[in-house]
Design a protein. Structure first.
Length: 338
């Protein structure tokens, strides 16, 4: 891949399973918070899946659309758009009632120092959305940050592991889950919770952070010595296919790749390809933020893009001077302060 257009085409290319899911899904699709990192390719994937399956279905994306040109691009791709600040009750009330809702609106980076806004976005707003769409099916991304750091040798937290969020961002991620759960139980709203970590594409993600540090000869902190990764397109594919999981009380599923990825190993792979000696700082801790997504893989299959393939693509992208979103994941943070 050598251009943003090619990247977006790959990120939004629907699988046959996506097409089948959209053909079976009753009703239209509404994506709230479509303007973030994952939203544009998700709605494009949904729209392309509908077209490929010959299904007439409205795909609607809602956001503030602060990124210049994004709204126009999505509309050219056949996606209906609504510009709205979802924290504004009047704006939320004007968004139409739709049978199937994917909730993406969230805040993570910059949380330290503006915790009040993180709580409003991640806890207050989900309550308003859950009340507004009490008669819909709702799928939303949560985070693996709701779990405590776990021993690397245990293979990551499962859905039955106790939650123990570290730091205010992680607390709000759990708060989002609890608020949706409350309204799901109170109103009988079917909900699916996808605990994601960490989505990657060529401009963003744990592997991009590692690759760019190797390329720029910056030290790589090994204290969080292992991580989970998944190609963003694969994560969005699972998201679109998750509506049959929706239940009251909510169904919960970890969403990530199958590997417990060694940061040192990944840096070494980038170093080999760049011909640069990696610089490390610190030593691997016996614990890390890890999730076990075996249930997801049993239901939806393994991701189509491997960690090795992601590394190959990212190497080429960085070497040619490809764009970055400029949003490091801070995956190495162990105290929860983002």
């Amino acid at each position: 891949m050598t251009s943003l257009d090619q990247l977006e085409e790959v990120l939004s290319r629907p699988s046959e399973a996506d097409q089948a899911a959209m053909s079976k899904l009753e009703g239209d699709l509404l994506v709230l918070g479509v303007g973030g990192k994952m939203g544009p390719s998700l709605v494009r994937r949904a729209r392309r899946a509908c077209v490929a399956a010959g299904v007439k279905k409205r795909v609607i994306g809602v956001a503030r659309f602060s990124t210049p040109g994004l709204r126009e691009e999505l509309e050219r791709d056949g996606i209906e758009t609504i510009a709205a600040d979802l924290l504004d009750p009047d704006a939320l009330a004007r968004v139409p009632e739709i049978e199937n809702v994917i909730y993406l609106a969230a805040r993570k980076f910059g949380s330290t120092g503006a915790e009040y806004l993180t709580w409003a976005m991640n806890v207050h707003l989900p309550g308003r959305v859950a009340e507004r769409y009490r008669s819909s099916r709702i799928v939303f991304y949560s985070s693996g940050n709701v779990y405590a750091l776990s021993p690397v040798v245990e293979g990551g937290a499962t859905e039955s592991s106790p939650v123990d969020p570290v730091g205010e961002y992680a607390q709000t991620a759990l708060g989002r889950e609890r608020v949706f759960e409350y309204f799901s139980r109170a109103n009988g709203t079917p909900v699916a919770v996808l605990r994601l970590n960490y989505a990657n594409e060529l401009r963003y993600g744990v592997l991009v952070d590692i690759g760019r540090k190797v390329f720029e000869r910056q030290p790589i902190d090994l204290s969080m010595g292992n991580a989970n990764v998944i190609w963003q397109g694969d994560a969005n594919s699972v998201c679109l296919r998750s509506f049959p999981l929706c239940a009251s009380p909510p169904a919960v599923m970890n969403l990530t790749g199958p590997e417990t990825l060694s940061v040192r190993w990944a840096a070494g792979r980038f170093a080999e390809r760049f011909g640069i000696e990696p610089v490390f700082t610190g030593l691997e801790s016996p614990t890390a933020l890890l999730s076990n997504a075996s249930r997801c893989h049993a239901l939806f299959g393994y991701p189509g893009v491997t960690a090795e393939q992601m590394i190959e693509w990212i190497v080429c992208w960085i070497a040619m001077g490809g764009a970055s979103l400029g949003k490091p994941t801070h995956f190495e943070v162990r105290n929860g302060r983002f």
